[in-house]
Design a protein around this ligand. Structure first.
Ligand SMILES: Nc1ncnc2c1ncn2[C@@H]1O[C@H](COP(=O)(O)OP(=O)(O)OP(=O)(O)O)[C@@H](O)[C@H]1O
Length: 257
């Protein structure tokens, strides 16, 4: 089943310095349950594309469908959870009450909020941290709490904009492994923005390589790697071949820009 379908998508921002062509001719199909990474240099439109899916930006031309709906309908149907680069947890709320915030807004009864909170905190391995405050957790744990919050209302799509960009490499490796396990367990469709080639190749079933000015797709790579991926898969020739193709796509995209 197709979850995201973009056809000839264009978005031009009108700014004081003139038009900025953030996206041009984006054609992309994402099937349910895929893990799709978007990689490309700063300004190539990765965040803008995610924001279009989330109905936070409106394309100037083309068609975009999210679970067969317009992005706005999908937003109202709570089709996605959004995880940002900064965890964005409210410091005056406990982890548990940060996770239940969307559920409170949506009017879930208290008992169900609690049950869901416990389930998603367990999914991100933060059981036992519900009563802590964000500042009592490491950066990696805060990001896991932010993922739990995005999972709390069972959206089929998880939009993640560089969620691990600010973390050191060892923590990031661990979160990558955990995210893959979480994805396998939940069957979510994931759209994930990253600047890291190894991260994109390790996580994804599909890698979208983008290039700037105007933001467009330089290559779409369907990963030949198995879905089960221990971290040391990164040393295999198959992994390195995909990483090489991503690097080539980035280089060609820069040359064409
Ligand atoms: N609201 C806005 N108004 C005007 N221009 C914008 C707006 N949002 C984004 N842009 C411009 O659109 C282009 C694409 O931006 P976008 O943030 O999507 O890139 P990105 O690939 O996510 O970059 P990064 O890797 O730095 O996060 C950039 O040139 C940016 O300056």
């Amino acid at each position: 089943m197709t979850t995201i379908s973009a056809t000839s998508l264009d978005l031009t921002f009108q700014t004081a310095d003139g038009p900025v062509h953030a996206l041009r001719g984006i054609d992309l199909t994402v099937e349910a349950g895929e893990f799709v990474s978007f990689i490309g240099p700063s300004g190539c439109g990765k965040t803008t594309f995610l924001r279009c899916v989330a109905a936070l930006e409106t394309p100037t031309a083309g068609e975009l469908q999210v679970q067969g709906m317009t992005p706005d309908e999908a937003r109202r149907a709570r089709a996605y959870g959004y995880v940002f680069q900064a965890a964005g947890l409210y410091p005056w709320r406990t982890i548990g009450r940060n996770v239940t915030l969307p559920l409170e807004i949506m009017g879930y009864p208290k008992a169900e909020r609690r049950e869901r909170m416990e389930r998603v905190l367990d999914l991100v391995e933060l059981s036992g941290f519900a009563n802590k405050y964000p500042w009592q957790l490491s950066g990696g744990m805060q990001q896991r709490a932010s993922i739990a919050r995005a999972l709390s209302f069972d959206a089929g799509i998880l939009l993640m904009d560089e969620p691990f960009g600010a973390l050191d490499e060892i923590v990031r490796d661990r979160l990558n492994e955990e995210l893959l396990a979480l994805w396998a367990r939940t069957g979510k469709t994931c759209l994930f923005v990253t600047h890291s080639i190894p991260e994109a190749v390790y996580l994804s079933t599909k890698i979208v390589v983008m290039s700037p000015r105007p933001g467009r797709i330089a290559d779409v790579i369907d990963s030949p790697l198995p879905r089960e991926r221990p971290l040391d898969i990164r040393d295999t020739p198959e992994f390195l071949a995909v990483a090489h193709r991503v690097r080539e796509g980035l280089r060609e995209g820069m040359e064409a820009a």
